[in-house]
Ligand binder design. Structure first.
Ligand SMILES: [Zn+2]
Length: 476
């Protein structure tokens, strides 16, 4: 229900919200004007004008505006500027909002959605044994489906409009199909990165990527695109390139990339990179490969020091990733603050030790680029998303400025990076469709999903035996 204290108005919604909004005397909708039972709120061809918001476009050619309008037509952003004349477009009053591109996550193991927060004190070793060992051995396709679905919906709820699903749960084609099904149902913009899983006769990694390309990804023009969640393995990389899939790879060791000078390229994203040699950093810089840093996970679980300073020293803009929800909050405010805090600590400490200057301090503007446009680049989607640019897909979020945790907003970038949290994520558009509205996910059957994810969790912990030892539903 909308409360009268909310300064968000709708008007001119010709057809779009027809018949749903009965306005009361205060001029506020008396009930949520969106039919939550439908996922098709914004049919193709509809036009929506976001009016008078503080716009952070993340596109230098567009710039930022203290107050401007954004016009969405069908799935695309078509105009950004002051006082856009949009005729009969539906108008969303956004004067109390920051409008910016949705966040982009470049690596998350979404099949683990039912295992959220089960290893709060766990290390990388615990994760390998408990999740990649025990859980992966017993997990069913329906667990993968619901894991992917809750993970994706959690992402949307937090303003993440694009996520790369690093799906190393290819135990069988049925597991793989279930992951794609969960992603697809959520309506998120996703890169499905097909990965290996528990070994067995049904595990068709990596060859099954040929089937996936034909069956689900015949066109790159859809909400979901294809990648290979590969090892550091030249044959796998060749196969990915053969089917036109990007390559995403964990690089946790030292020296592993040295033989890959000829294989690295801008279609490869290297994850973690906490222990690379100087020569390997130079290789990444020279070849244009991407770097995805999962800083909270790396610090908490023991991968090593997140390599933000190495990346910056080599002129590489990193993207960011949640990685595992078994340990980490599935949103980007934590990501941004972790990396910002760490980088500035490193530079300040360098200054103290060397009596040098503190140049090189990262800014809140830098970190928001990593969280949006750089993520889009590392997911191979720069042409489609990652900034508010006319012609790009309308993947954008409206963040509330009129809340007790941020008001008064005196610096928009600072508010987003350092002050806000998921409670500020009011509205989320993906490909022009409203996926979150006035703080609520739209078009989902919450009770069904809630039931299914609990049943899945109960099944998994009964199989691993953790139901005997769980305390507060965690094993860590
Ligand atoms: Zn990972």
């Amino acid at each position: 229900m909308n409360s009268p204290s909310r300064r968000t108005f709708l008007s001119g919604a010709a057809g779009l919200f027809a018949g749903a909004a009965a306005y009361n005397l205060m001029g506020y909708p008396s009930e949520n004007p969106i039919d939550k039972s439908s996922t098709e709120y914004v049919p193709e061809g509809n036009r929506i004008l976001l009016k008078g918001g503080c716009v952070l476009s993340l596109d230098p050619a567009v710039g930022d505006f203290e107050s401007a309008d954004v016009l969405i037509e069908g799935s695309k952003i078509t105009a950004i500027g002051k006082n856009i004349e949009a005729g009969s477009a539906a108008v969303i009053e956004a004067s109390n909002m920051i409008i910016m591109p949705g966040f982009v996550d470049t690596h998350r193991h979404m099949w683990q959605g039912a295992m959220r927060n089960i290893l709060p004190n766990g290390t990388l070793g615990d994760y390998m044994n408990n999740i990649l060992g025990e859980v992966r051995a017993v997990i069913r396709p329906e667990d993968v489906y619901i894991g992917d679905l809750v993970s994706a919906l959690g992402a949307i709820n937090a303003g993440i409009t694009t996520v790369l699903d690093w799906s190393h749960i290819g135990n069988s084609p049925a597991h793989t199909d279930a992951a794609i099904g969960g992603l697809k149902e959520s309506g998120i913009r996703g890169v499905f990165a097909f990965g290996g899983g528990a070994s067995g006769p049904e595990n068709k990694f990596p060859e099954d990527i040929r089937r996936l390309r034909k069956e689900y990804f015949a066109s790159n023009d859809r909400l979901l695109t294809l990648a290979l969640a590969a090892g550091i393995n030249k044959e796998q990389w060749e196969l990915a390139r053969e089917v036109g899939a990007r390559i995403t790879v964990h690089v946790n060791g030292t020296g592993q990339l040295l033989p890959f000078a000829d294989a690295l390229g801008p279609d490869v994203t290297c994850i973690h990179c906490t222990r690379l040699l100087k020569e390997e950093w130079q290789l990444l810089a020279d070849t244009g490969a991407g770097v995805s840093i999962a800083s909270p996970v790396e610090m908490i679980m023991g991968h090593g020091i997140p390599p933000i300073q190495h990346a910056l020293d080599h002129g590489i803009m990193p993207s960011m990733s949640v990685d595992v929800e078994t340990n980490i909050a599935a949103e980007f405010f934590t990501q941004m603050r972790s990396l910002f805090t760490l980088q500035r600590m490193i530079v300040h400490q360098r200054k103290r030790e060397n009596d040098g200057d503190s140049s090189g301090l990262m800014t809140v503007q830098d970190i928001l680029k990593f969280a949006s446009i750089q993520g889009a680049r590392d997911n191979g989607l720069e042409e489609k998303t990652g900034s508010l640019t006319p012609g790009k897909e309308a993947d954008l979020i409206l963040l509330r400025k009129d809340m007790i945790n941020v008001m008064p907003v005196n610096n928009a970038y600072g508010a987003v990076v350092l002050m806000m949290d998921t409670s500020n994520v009011d509205t989320v558009f993906i490909s022009g469709k409203i996926k979150k509205w006035k703080g609520e996910l739209t078009g989902i059957d919450f009770n069904r999903i809630n039931r299914a994810v609990h049943e899945s969790r109960d099944y998994i912990v009964s199989k691993t035996g953790w139901n005997e030892i769980l305390f507060g539903k965690t094993i860590g």
